[in-house]
Structures are given as structure tokens and as C-alpha cells.
Design a binder for this molecule. Structure first.
Ligand code: MLC
Ligand code: AMP
Length: 496
């Protein structure tokens, strides 16, 4: 289906032009301004052509009007938006840009570096800022439901991160499903401090808010004091974060004198919704948050490939330690290791999902895409039971997937990077439970006597995002292995 109606993409750009869309420090930007700016960028990207025809356009901006403008413009121009992590190491950016086959990277001046120049020279990629795009009026957009619209990278159990591709239809399904389920409206005001290279920040916060005509306050990073101050001022009525952020907020509140703490907790108390997701929210965090703010956190479960799949109810009982029920349009079953359906709710099974929100493909990885599905069911790798109608996630099928602060990390990717260090001959990486981060990255290494954990961590800067670098190290003469020679990673847990 093709249409030239711009409203197919972001309806409020035209429907509520005078409302505030973005707040960036002292600057307020209306929907009309976002519309005008993204149209200007669309014209610049197209440069006289009718469509980008699926060109992968990478951009590297912190949360800003430029990021929002580019996100809307690339897709409206018929391109595939590839938002990159502002925390990524040069080697990771090389992998993302190379995998996506980008020809241009549009980036903030402050994120330019010599290392990035080298990466882009190697891949023959043009580097330019949004302001450098030419000023050319674009032809009316032609958007198709099956257009590949967004690529975000995700770590898996094999190899380097894969590009997860969503179409316009799967993106729209994610947005409209959450707007309905969580009661979004034009009266909403939400802070956005989550990274903008993952669906939590991009879809759940930014897209849902802008699609509803709501106001989004942009922050370069999460800072409890700054956010707390604005919450106390009554600036927001919706709040979405990963569990680590609620842990950090609780710790921050505990440091404050009663009066300041009371102002912030009152700010949260008067909101209509606080959501937690991307990792398991410990029951103790749910309970402490409720004690402090009277807000029962709405915990939901999602995945880059699926958007949101399970959610506690907006109206109704929100059960701590549980992720609720399938969202509208999502069908879920649980399967055993042989792929047989499990019907007994107490028996743990892997979640398998069919949903209109589901991704289209792993970019240029038909093998991995096919393997991810069984007869049309996407296999999540997450194990769950159902308690009295509420799903409860028990953990993951693979020990090689680590969740730290809401980031999904691949132990194998970290091991491969560490093995390049001359002092390390063998390595095994696992996630170790942690109250603040959910899990922290831990590495057991067989190393020569030159090994120095601090020096290796520093050496990782060019290769891994800092949140992937091991926080815990164990040096050993030999890793535990089974008869086949495979490292028995569960045995490592007791080492840390
Ligand atoms: C930061 N650090 C981390 C980390 N984040 N370490 C381990 N795990 C993490 N996740 C480290 C930094 O490397 C740095 O180390 C130190 O902590 C302080 O960095 P910071 O940037 O100041 O930290 P902070 O701002 O406090 O970051 C914490 C955080 C961040 C929770 C705000 O991790 C974050 O934004 N997480 C959200 C991830 C997310 O959006 N996931 C959604 C995926 S989509 P040093 O050594 O340099 O000082 C998905 C689907 C779904 O999962 O269901 O939503
Ligand atoms: P990502 O690939 O970064 O999108 O991460 C998706 C993974 O995050 C899921 O497969 C789960 O393992 C985990 N996850 C997301 N939300 C929750 C939750 N509420 N509880 C437990 N795990 C979660």
C-alpha cells in the first residue's frame, strides 16, 4: 500500500502544530517546527531525488531536535534510519556502518573524532552534519507499509551484533499498541534520558509521545539530581525507565533531607504512570518505589525484535515480579527444548511470539532470520511460567546473553574482543547478579604475567562500549571445561 499522505508517519505534526513537541533545556520546539525542520532535512537528504529507495542513513546525535528531525526525515524520504549509539567504540561503529552498508553518516560536530574519520575513510562513508544538508524542497513523500524503516543493532548468541529491521508497519503497530494500552494522550509530558539506539527510548518514549501530540523533555544522559529537580517541579506525568534507573533514584532519594525527598516523591506520586522494563524489576525495587511514591510500577517485557510483548495492566492489578499479559495483537505460547507446546502453566517454557509488531529481518542475515523463527513463531530465548494469568520471566535459555543496566550484551562478543589482547590466551565471560545493574560483566582469564586488568580495560576503549568492559576479573591457570573441551560457564558463577 502506498500513499502520499504524510500523516501516515507522524500524525500530530500536522494535527496539533502549535503544541510543544520537544523541550531541550530552555528551548521549546513546537510540532510545526519539528514538521518544518524534518521537511527541510528530508529535502536535503533527497537532494532532488523522489525517494531514498531504502538507503541506510546512519546518524549519530544525542537526544536533540536534530536526532528527531533526522529520524522522521529519513523514513519519510523512503530511507532506512540507522540511529547509532553515542557510546559506541570506533570498532563497533565500524561494524554497524559496514553491516548496514551506509554511504553517509550524519553526525553532531561534537561527536566527530579522528578515530571516526579513520572508520569512515576505510568504508568510504561521507561524514556531514544535519546543517550541511542542502536546502532543497522535497517532493511529497510516498510511504509504503512494507518499507524497511528502522535498523537497530542487537547482540545475540553468535557473532557480532545483528541489524534488526523494522518496517513502517511493524513500527506503527508498536506505537499504536502502546498508545492504546497505556493511555497516551496529548496532555502527556515525559522525560527522555534513555539511549536513542534502542526501542525503549526510540519507540516507547519518543515515538509514542510524538505520535500522541505529547511533550518530550530531552536529556543527554540520566542524572538523578537533574531529573529529580524537574520531577519535583511537576514537569512530568509519565516516566519510563530501566530498573537500574529506579535503583539509582531510590539511592539518590535516600541521600536527601526529608523536605527535598518529599518534593520529588510527591512529583512522582502525582504522575499518571511509571513504567519499568528492558530487564527484570526486582520485587524489592517495586515495593520500595511504591512505598516512596505510591506508584505501583507497571512492568512490561519487550525485545528489540518484537517491541513490547507483555505488559501489566494500565488499569488493574500490577503484580510485582511479573510482566503481565500479552498486549493486544500479540500471541504468545511457551515451548520446550524440542519445540513442543507447553500447556501446564507451572512448567517453565521458552516464550514464542507472533505479533504485528514483530521485526522483518536481520539485515542481510537470512540464515539468522530463518533460525529465529519456528513455523512463524519468534523464539525469544526467555523462559517463563504463568502464575494465575500473569507471566513471570525466570531467565534466559543462554548463559551467553547478559543484561546490564537494561543493555543486552553478548558474552561471545566481549570474549572475542578480549582475546585480541596479547596478554590473554583464554577467556570466559559471564553476567554476575548485581543489585544495581541487574548483572555485571565478569571475565575469567588465562593470562601471562603482563596482564593488568586496568590496562586491559583501558585498551578496550577503542573496541567496546564502556558498559561491555568487564567490571570483575579472575585470573586462573585453566578454565573449567567438560569432556568435550567446552568451558562450563555455570561453574564460573561461584568464582565471582
Ligand atoms: C553505564 N555503565 C554501565 C552501564 N551503563 N555499566 C554496566 N552496565 C550498564 N548498562 C557504566 C559506564 O560505562 C561508566 O563506567 C559508568 O557506568 C557511569 O556511566 P554513565 O553513563 O554515567 O552511567 P549512567 O548514566 O548512570 O548509566 C546508567 C543507565 C544506562 C542505566 C542510565 O546504563 C542506560 O541508559 N541504560 C538503558 C539501556 C537501554 O535503554 N536498554 C534498552 C534496550 S531495548 P566508567 O568506567 O566509564 O565510569 C530492550 C527492549 C525492552 O531491552 O524491553 O525495552
Ligand atoms: P533487547 O534485545 O535489548 O531488546 O533485550 C530484550 C531482552 O530483555 C529480553 O529478551 C529479556 O531477556 C529482557 N527483558 C526485557 N524486559 C524484561 C522484563 N520486564 N523482565 C525480564 N527481562 C526483560
Amino acid at each position: 500500500m502506498a500513499t502520499n499522505h504524510q500523516a501516515l508517519w507522524f500524525p500530530p505534526l500536522e494535527e496539533c502544530p502549535e503544541r510543544t513537541a520537544l523541550i531541550d533545556g530552555e528551548t521549546e520546539v513546537s510540532y510545526r517546527e519539528v514538521c518544518t525542520y524534518s521537511e527541510r532535512l528530508r529535502g536535503g537528504l533527497l537532494n532532488g531525488e523522489a525517494s531514498l529507495d531504502g538507503e541506510r542513513v546512519a546518524f549519530l546525535y544525542p537526544a536533540s531536535i536534530e536526532y528527531v528531525g533526522l529520524f522522521i526525515a529519513v523514513i519519510a524520504a523512503g530511507g532506512l534510519a540507522v540511529p547509532l549509539s553515542v557510546h559506541a567504540a570506533p570498532a563497533e561503529l565500524h561494524h554497524f556502518l559496514d553491516t548496514a552498508g551506509c554511504r553517509r553518516l550524519i553526525l553532531a560536530d561534537e561527536l566527530r573524532s579522528d578515530a571516526l574519520d579513520v572508520v569512515c575513510a576505510d568504508l568510504s562513508i561521507n561524514l556531514l552534519s544535519a546543517n550541511e544538508l542542502p536546502h532543497i524542497a522535497p517532493a511529497p513523500p510516498t510511504l509504503a507499509d512494507d518499507q524497511r524503516a528502522l535498523m537497530v543493532f542487537t547482540s545475540g548468541t553468535t557473532g557480532k551484533p545483528k541489524g534488526v529491521v523494522h518496517t513502517l508497519a511493524s513500527l506503527r503497530a508498536q506505537i499504536t499498541s502502546l498508545i492504546g494500552a497505556w493511555g497516551w494522550s496529548a496532555d502527556d509530558r515525559i522525560p527522555l534520558f534513555l539511549p536513542l539506539h534502542h526501542v525503549h527510548g526510540i519507540v516507547n518514549v519518543l515515538c509514542c509521545a510524538l505520535w500522541s501530540g505529547a511533550a518530550v523533555s530531552l536529556f543527554r544522559r540520566f542524572d538523578a539530581q537533574t531529573i529529580g529537580h524537574q520531577v519535583a517541579d511537576g514537569q512530568f506525568n509519565v516516566f519510563m525507565a530501566v530498573p537500574t534507573i529506579y535503583v539509582k533514584l531510590i539511592a539518590y532519594l535516600d541521600t536527601l533531607p526529608a523536605e527535598d525527598r518529599g518534593a520529588i516523591t510527591q512529583g512522582f506520586r502525582s504522575m499518571r504512570l511509571n513504567v519499568s522494563g528492558s530487564a527484570a524489576c526486582p520485587v524489592s525495587v517495586f515495593e520500595r518505589w511504591q512505598e516512596l511514591t505510591h506508584q505501583p510500577l507497571l512492568e512490561r517485557y519487550g525485545m528489540t525484535e518484537l517491541g513490547m510483548a507483555l505488559s501489566n495492566p494500565y488499569r488493574g492489578e500490577r503484580r510485582p515480579g511479573h510482566v503481565g499479559q500479552p498486549l493486544p495483537g500479540v500471541v504468545i505460547k511457551r515451548v520446550d527444548e524440542a519445540g513442543n507446546d507447553i500447556t501446564d502453566s507451572d512448567v517453565p517454557g521458552e516464550l514464542a511470539v507472533k505479533s504485528s509488531t514483530s521485526f522483518y529481518e536481520y539485515w542481510e542475515r537470512p540464515d539468522a532470520t530463518e533460525e529465529a523463527f519456528d513455523d512463524g513463531w519468534f523464539l525469544t530465548g526467555d523462559i517463563a511460567v504463568i502464575d494465575d494469568g500473569y507471566y513471570r520471566i525466570l531467565g534466559r535459555a543462554s548463559i551467553d546473553i547478559i543484561k546490564s543496566g537494561g543493555y543486552k550484551l553478548s558474552a561471545l562478543e566481549i570474549e572475542a574482543a578480549l582475546l585480541e589482547h596479547p596478554s590473554i590466551s583464554e577467556v570466559a565471560v559471564i553476567g554476575v547478579p548485581d543489585n544495581e545493574w541487574g548483572e555485571v560483566v565478569a571475565a575469567a582469564v588465562v593470562a601471562n604475567r603482563d596482564f593488568d586488568a586496568d590496562a586491559v580495560s583501558q585498551w578496550c576503549v577503542d573496541k567496546l562500549s564502556s558498559y561491555k568492559v568487564p567490571r570483575l576479573w579472575q585470573i586462573t591457570d585453566a578454565l573449567p571445561r567438560n569432556a568435550m573441551g567446552k568451558v562450563t560457564k555455570p561453574d564460573l558463577r561461584s568464582w565471582f
